[in-house]
Design a protein around this ligand. Sequence first.
Ligand code: NAP
Length: 256
Amino acid sequence: MNLHLNGKVVLVTGGAKGIGAAIVRAAAAEGAIPVIVDRDAEAARKRHDELPAGEIVVAELSAAESCYAAVQKTIERFGRLDALVNNAGVNDKVGLEHGSPEQYVESLGRNLLHYYNMAHYALPHLKKSRGAIVNISSKTALTGQGGTSGYASAKGAILALTREWAAELLNYGIRVNAIVPAEVMTPLYRQWLDTFPNPDEKLTAILAKIPLEQRMTTPDEIAAMVVFLLSAQAGHITGQHLFVDGGYVHLDRALT
Ligand code: NAP
């Protein structure tokens, strides 16, 4: 299937590692020009060096001005923007019991506000290209996790914004969809796993609860859905929440 992404400029937040890096690789494999926006300069450079074309913007996205600058740099360099993938986020464990009002707001800054800010600053350019947006959410938006109010509520809001933007942008032909991953082995996930006293035992227990093949989803499997959603082949898909999770959220728990 030709996804017709050749020469399309695709901005990926958190594109240096994990799921974002896989999206960058998949977009490049389809001939797109990825722009990696990430605070990890070294990882971003490494990823960029593997690409035939692309750009890096080293930025901490929780500052709105960094979001503006990332879009501006993309336009200065390539003159266009065809797609935005809002992906950067961190499960930062700001809970109800163990947390504070200040920490909660900070968590929203890390996980939610830059999704809006990036889309806001990208919009004039996406209008010109009749582009697309993919937002990466999380199963925690629907299942909860415990001890992570900031992250879970940000991920829920991302699902609501996906529908809201799909509605608002209908007249511009801009499609907006969300992907809901559950268990994907990435540097972030590894870090989270290592907070448990026995990470191997924890991982074995998690794998047993994943209905399809009792394995983690791979970053490449998330990325494949992202590039499809960005492509003309997904031309009539908008406002959707796609679960790429081996059946984790929806299948009968009795199966595992
Ligand atoms: P990851 O391995 O940590 O990679 C994310 C990259 O984004 C890292 O380079 C990170 O830098 C960067 N980043 C994070 N916040 C940033 C910010 N505010 N400004 C600039 N750069 C930032 O994470 P991942 O597991 O691939 O997760 C990607 C997305 O998928 C997240 O939104 C996450 O919530 C979602 N997700 C993941 C899973 C999973 O199982 N992995 C499940 C559900 C949802 P640092 O390394 O410096 O933090």
